[in-house]
Design a protein around this ligand. Structure first.
Ligand SMILES: [Mg+2]
Length: 454
């Protein structure tokens, strides 16, 4: 049995038309997926689905990067590849010519994420388990074989990782049961998009509390007076003890982050997320030191495990926000979960976009069962749009993620959606609603770099 095809499609959702997802750096995202379907000749009907998440322009470049990996899979034996996903990950990441495009960051690394995650989806389907359970039942030895410890040993050795995983072995079954019964805590970012007016903010804050969430997040960083007004509304609506995190999406330099957040400190923000460039490890450490005891969080744009290592070594973050498709897929996220466990820092994943909630819930649940073995002070981000396009969408009940039970990685987008939202020729893009098009011109028709923050 061999891999017969690696099919790629460019799928884009016109989310910018309603300012869903708008923040201080990304005023008009069109949530998109450079989407992969792996096919085999096994005759069992199983396909592996995965994707890289982008926000519109450039999704074609992302798709082209994925296509460059096709020769690694098509024609290869299925069983051998799936049995050694650690070895296969190293092959992809250490391709000497493709590596030049990073190394281990950006478009090429995200392309590897799409393919690696599709392979995990296929393996989980073939083993008839949701991915979180498949990973949670693997031996510590097999799990560490998935991780590339090159560049990590000064902070985490293979032996230390083994000790962490072995220490979490007792109680695995009980924690699985607990997850299936109670789910995993979520917080919602839906009220806080920067493009929403005050009435919508107030209404969505009320809904978040009524829906059982224990935490929301507001976008900040474009205008201080606006932020003070919006934090006042959110604090009044949600109450004094409710957790309200804020997210600047990399808008500030280091001194601005410190002065701006001192102005917002009276509103008791639960954390400040992405205060500055995701590459500025020392800057995050400075911000964390100056603003202590305020907590700093980052990760959705942290390019790889090496940068996470440094953030942890310098004590620069109180929360590690892994993303399912930014680093090179499941394998690299296991490395990051292990690093976070070593440093005792909770992992609170980034989600939203398209399909990121569907994917990352599996990694947090695996973390709880088999790595950190702890759910306290941990939440998974939740954003309530585009889930209807998935075959196995996330389920939120009383502010918690319900543990998925369908086999796979919950990555599959419905075939009809893949046709309708195909860019640029699917019906949604080829004939956009005239009214909507007037309010927000098609991204392809707009000159890049002319956006104005709302
Ligand atoms: Mg964020």
């Amino acid at each position: 049995m061999i891999f017969t095809d690696l099919e790629i499609s460019d799928i884009r959702f016109p989310t910018s038309r309603a300012l869903d997802g708008s923040d201080a750096m990304n005023p008009d995202p069109d949530y998109s997926a450079a989407y992969v379907v792996l096919r085999t000749d096994a005759g069992d009907g199983h396909e592996g689905h995965g994707f890289a998440f982008t926000i519109g322009r450039g999704n074609d470049i992302q798709a082209a990067a994925i296509a460059s990996l096709r020769p690694y899979l098509v024609g290869r034996p299925v069983a051998a590849v799936l049995a050694d996903l650690g070895g296969f990950w190293r092959e992809l990441v250490h391709d000497s010519q493709l590596r030049w495009l990073g190394p281990e960051k950006g478009v090429m690394h995200m392309a590897i994420a799409a393919v690696v995650n599709a392979l995990w989806d296929l393996r989980a389907k073939r083993e008839d388990l949701p991915l979180w359970q498949l990973l949670s039942r693997m031996s510590p030895e097999d799990l560490v074989d998935l991780v590339d410890f090159r560049y990590l040993d000064d902070a985490l050795t293979r032996d230390e990782a083994l000790r962490i995983l072995r220490a979490a072995q007792p109680g695995r079954a009980a924690r699985e049961e607990h997850l299936l019964r109670e789910g995993f805590p979520a917080y919602t970012t839906s009220p806080g998009w920067l493009g929403y007016d005050d009435d919508k903010l107030r209404r969505l804050c009320k809904e978040a509390v009524a829906d059982g969430f224990g935490q929301i997040k507001l976008k900040v960083g474009a205008d201080l007076a606006d932020d003070v007004r919006r934090m006042t509304i959110a604090r009044q609506t949600c109450g004094p003890d409710f957790r309200i995190a804020v997210d600047a999406n990399q808008r500030w330099d280091v001194p601005t982050a410190i002065t701006w957040m001192r102005e917002l400190a009276p509103f008791d923000p639960y954390w400040i997320e992405e205060p500055t460039s995701p590459d500025d490890v020392v800057g995050h450490a400075t911000i964390a030191r100056e603003l202590a005891p305020m907590r700093v969080a980052t990760g959705e744009h942290v390019a790889n495990r090496v940068l996470f290592k440094q953030l942890l070594q310098l004590g620069a973050v109180s929360y590690v926000q892994i993303d399912a498709t930014r680093v090179a897929g499941v394998n690299e996220n296991i490395a990051i979960l292990l690093l976070a466990a070593k440093f005792g820092v909770p992992v609170c994943p980034h989600a939203g976009g398209v399909g990121l909630c569907e994917l990352v819930q599996h990694l947090s649940m695996f973390d709880y069962v088999a790595v950190a073995a702890d759910m306290s002070d941990r939440v998974i981000e939740y954003v309530d749009h585009l889930h209807e396009h998935f075959v196995d969408p996330v389920v939120i009940r009383q502010g918690r993620y319900v543990a998925p039970t369908a086999p796979g990685f919950s990555a599959t987008i419905r075939p009809r959606t893949r046709t309708e939202y195909a860019y640029p020729d699917g019906p949604v893009w080829a004939a956009p609603d005239p009214g909507a098009a007037e309010a927000a011109p098609r991204p392809a028709q707009r000159r890049p770099g002319t956006e104005v923050a709302p």
